[in-house]
Ligand binder design. Structure first.
Ligand SMILES: *Cc1c(COP(=O)(O)O)cnc(C)c1O
Length: 224
């Protein structure tokens, strides 16, 4: 019962306004079931096909979040059930999500990913780009998506000062985007993972994505 214990430990120390996404990528359905039986209903995956397979096997009251980088041609596979897409980083991708959501008669909630890390490999928009996207005429006509916040990934480092700086930057961008449109209203700030979520919460995170601290280490690198 270590998964249940880990979940309980993390949840009992979270402020009320912070939502925990249990990141189950690469982990078997038996692990997700243990978390489910411990009462958890919100899981994050970073590969669409893997999430689809798990969605089919697991009870239908689970909320599935797509937290990984997305290929546009795969959006259709998750459009009928995904409850939040975290890493939207272009108008073209939003357009595809809008199209697939419309086909399924849904409005899909999305977060825009902001690049805060110093590493070249991390995806995301700059503050200038996100501001322009939200103000664009092309964006405003999308009726089947809703932007409910921002997401970011800090640099993979143990340097607390750098983490503080990067999460602080994301919080500032979040606070500066006060504009609301019919299809956007920014309330959710998704930042913080197993190793850095306490510092993310100190900087205003409202949603943390935690994998290895719940399910144990994954076989490969952090992006697997
Ligand atoms: C894997 C992953 C996480 C969770 O990472 P842990 O270090 O295992 O908590 C969070 N966010 C994203 C985008 C991920 O890909």
């Amino acid at each position: 019962m270590t998964i249940a214990k880990n979940l309980h430990h993390i949840k009992s120390n979270l402020p009320e306004e912070v939502t925990l996404v249990a990141v189950s990528k690469t982990k078997p359905v038996s692990d997700i079931t243990e978390a489910y039986e411990a009462g958890h209903r919100l899981f994050g995956e970073n590969r669409i096909q893997e999430m689809v397979a798990k969605h089919e096997e697991m009870p239908k009251d689970i909320e599935w979040h797509m937290i990984g980088h997305i290929q546009r041609n795969k959006v259709k596979y998750m459009a009928s059930f995904v409850s939040l897409i975290h890493a939207v980083d272009s108008l073209r991708l939003l357009k595809e999500i809008n199209k697939q959501a419309l086909k399924n008669n849904r409005v899909i909630d999305c977060l825009l990913q902001i690049k805060i890390a110093s590493e070249e490999t991390k995806f995301g928009l700059t503050e200038v780009e996100v501001t322009a996207l939200l103000a664009s005429e092309e964006f405003k006509i999308f009726q089947n998506i809703k932007i409910i916040g921002l997401m970011g990934m800090a640099t993979f480092t143990s340097d607390q000062e750098q983490l503080q700086k990067e999460f602080g930057l994301l919080k500032d961008i979040f606070d500066n985007l006060t504009l609301s449109t019919e299809n956007s209203s920014l309330k959710t700030l998704s930042m913080g993972m197993s190793d850095d979520y306490p510092i993310a919460i100190k900087n205003g995170s409202t949603m943390i994505r935690v994998g290895s601290s719940i399910f144990g280490k994954r076989a490969c690198s952090i992006n697997l």
